[in-house]
Design a protein around this ligand. Structure first.
Ligand code: NAG
Length: 269
């Protein structure tokens, strides 16, 4: 069965938490927006800029994650201080040194993981009242659903569907040949692997659906417009008696006739 992996790199949605006082003498920092989306495995630049533009070279730049005391990135005395950095971020953060003199203290975060989803704050310490926060959302587009026919009898279908590698959790739906949602007996389960990615698995037992066809539809990303991936399976549209039922019926009929014959000859004796 073939698999297809789609990766959307660095999808970004931002808005601002502006904290600059109107008549500030000292520069303050400004992010471009407050929510940002990044793909698992990709990278993101968390924006932060001194306004008005001033050099940040001699300043302390502190990037933190809300709810965590150890820094995501700390720069002081013109150096990155990696020893105090939170170990989850080790070797994954980068301040653009060539941009610091323009007051650009944006942070590049690489090898994005599901666990990076959080609110990040940028603080330039020689500028009081000047921090800005960015909310980071992580996403991973998983595989095309794989559908398989486990059983196909005159009572209907038993099918299963699996799709892997999603974040956040997608929705799974079963539809018939006309796209109508099948509400028959189904069971859907999600499991999260160590990297936080979801696998969704569903089983459906349904009477012969419209057109003898069922589709497994994965719906993902309500905020950014919906992404639908589907796979379909076509069963035999003519209900039939499975072979073993037919042979068992013939066998039973034969047995009864034989017993009757034996009975008759026994009575006659
Ligand atoms: C800051 O620098 C980075 C890296 O060069 C760049 O991507 C970003 O756009 C810059 N931000 C501003 C506000 O200039």
């Amino acid at each position: 069965m073939h698999k297809c992996f789609l990766v959307i790199e660095g999808l970004v949605i931002l808005s601002v938490l502006q904290v600059c006082p109107i008549n500030a003498d000292s520069p303050c920092v400004k992010g471009e927006a407050s929510t940002l989306t990044a793909s698992v495995g990709g990278y993101v630049v968390l924006p932060c800029q001194l306004i008005p533009s001033a050099s940040a070279v001699g300043m302390k730049v502190l990037w933190t994650r809300k709810g965590s005391s150890s820094p995501v990135h700390f720069y002081t005395e013109e150096r990155d201080k990696t020893h105090s950095q939170h170990e989850d971020y080790r070797d994954r953060t980068h301040l653009f040194k060539e941009e610091l003199n323009k007051g650009n203290v944006s942070l590049k975060l690489s090898k994005i993981r599901v666990s990076d989803e959080a609110s990040y704050e940028c603080l330039v310490t020689s500028t009081p009242h000047s921090d800005t926060s960015v909310e980071l959302k992580v996403m991973a587009v998983g595989s095309t659903p794989e559908i398989s026919l486990d059983d196909d009898t005159r009572y209907g279908f038993k099918v299963s569907c699996v799709s892997r590698g999603w974040y956040p959790k997608p929705d799974l739906q079963w539809t018939d040949g006309r796209g109508a949602v099948l509400t028959a007996e189904s069971e859907t389960r999600e499991e999260q692997d160590r990297e936080g990615l979801y696998t969704v698995r569903s089983y459906l037992r349904t009477p012969e659906p419209e057109g003898g066809q069922v589709s497994c539809v994965i719906k993902y990303g309500k905020d950014q417009g919906e992404l639908r991936l589907s796979a379909k399976i076509i069963g035999s549209s003519i209900p039939y008696l499975p072979g073993y039922v037919v042979s068992f019926t013939l066998f039973l009929a034969g047995l009864i006739s034989l017993l009757c014959l034996l009975g008759i000859s026994w009575i006659r004796r």
